[in-house]
Design a protein around this ligand. Sequence first.
Ligand code: SAH
Length: 347
Amino acid sequence: MIGNDIMSMYPDELSEFVGTLGEKPYRAGQLFSWMAKGTPIDEMSNLSKAFREKLKESADYRLPKIEDKLVSKIDGTVKYLMSLEDGECVESVFMHYDHGTSLCVSSQAGCAMGCKFCASTLRGRVRNLTASEILGQAACASYDTGERVDGIVMMGIGEPLDNYDNVIRFLRLVSDERGMGIGLRHISLSTCGLVPRIYDLAKEGLPVTLSVSLHASDDETRDALMPINRKYKIAELLEACRNYFEETGRRVSFEYTLISGKNDSVEAADRLAAVLKRGMRAPCHVNLIMLNEVAETGLNAPDRRRAQDFATRLQKNGVNATIRRRLGSDINASCGQLRLKKLQEQG
Ligand code: SAH
C-alpha cells in the first residue's frame, strides 16, 4: 500500500499525485530529487510555499529519524540507529572505501530467518519496511554526512527477499537517475537463500550483485546454523545462483562467516571449494567474515591464523576468497546489535 507515501512513489506515480494537488507534472521531478537528498519539505527551495504547505498537509513523507549515531575514530565509519514512523528502529552503516562510499541498509524491522549466529533475528520479525523506509535510510545518511552515497549493500537487518515487492521498488527508486541515481552495479543484495525469490530476482532486469550467505559446505552443518536450509538445500541454492549468473551476467558472491569449531576446518574449506565448483560452474567469489560474537548465541570467532588457513586452502583449491576487512571495529558496526540493545533496555 503506497497511499500518500510519496517517497515510495515512482516519478510517474508522483506526477499523478502532485496533479491531484493542482501542481504541474514537472514539479514531481523536483520533489523526487529533493527527497532523494533527504531534504526536509521546508528546505525544498524551488517549490512554492503554497505547494510545500499542501505537501505537509496531504503527503506522508517518511524520513527516518536519527536516534543514535556512532562515528569510528579508526576509519570514519558511521553507524546510525534510525527510528521509523511507528517507533521501530533499524540500523544503517555508512562506510568509506578507496573507490567511494557505501551504505549498508536494513530491509525489515527484525528478521524471521532464525540464523543461529545473528543478532537481528533474536526477537523475530516485527514487520517489513516500506520502499520509502529503505530509501529514507540512504537519503538521511546522505543529508546527515553531506556526502554522496556511491553504493548500497543490503546487508543490514532483515532478509531482503522476504520483503520482495518493497525491495524491488526500492531498487528501482534508488537507481533512478532523477533521484539518487546509484548504479545497479554498485548495489549488492544479500540473502540467506530464498531460492524461488532468487529466480524471480534474476528476471527483474535489475542486475545487482547477488551475495549469498552460505556459511557451510554441507547440508547438515547448514541445517543447524540456518533454518532456511531445511527448506532449500545447498545444491538447489547453488543452482539458483548459477541461473542468476546466466540471466544477469553478474558474478555471484558468497559470504562465509567463520565460526569456531562449526565450519572453520580445512576439511570444510576443501568441501566448500568442491561444492562451489560442482554447483556453480561459473566465476564466483567467497567473502570470509570473522564471526562477530553475539553474547546470546554462545558462538565464537576462530583466531586469525585459522581464518587465514581457511582462506589459503580455498585459494589453493582455485576459489577466489578474501577475508573481509572490518570497518568500524571500535563502534561495533555489524548490524542488529544496536537495535537489540535498545529493545533490551526497553525490557
Ligand atoms: N538476511 C540477509 C542479509 C543480512 S545479514 C542474509 O542473510 O544474507 C548480512 C550478512 O551478515 C549475512 O551474511 C549474515 O549471515 C552475516 N551475519 C549475521 N550475523 C553475523 C555475525 N554475528 N557475525 C558475522 N556475520 C554475521
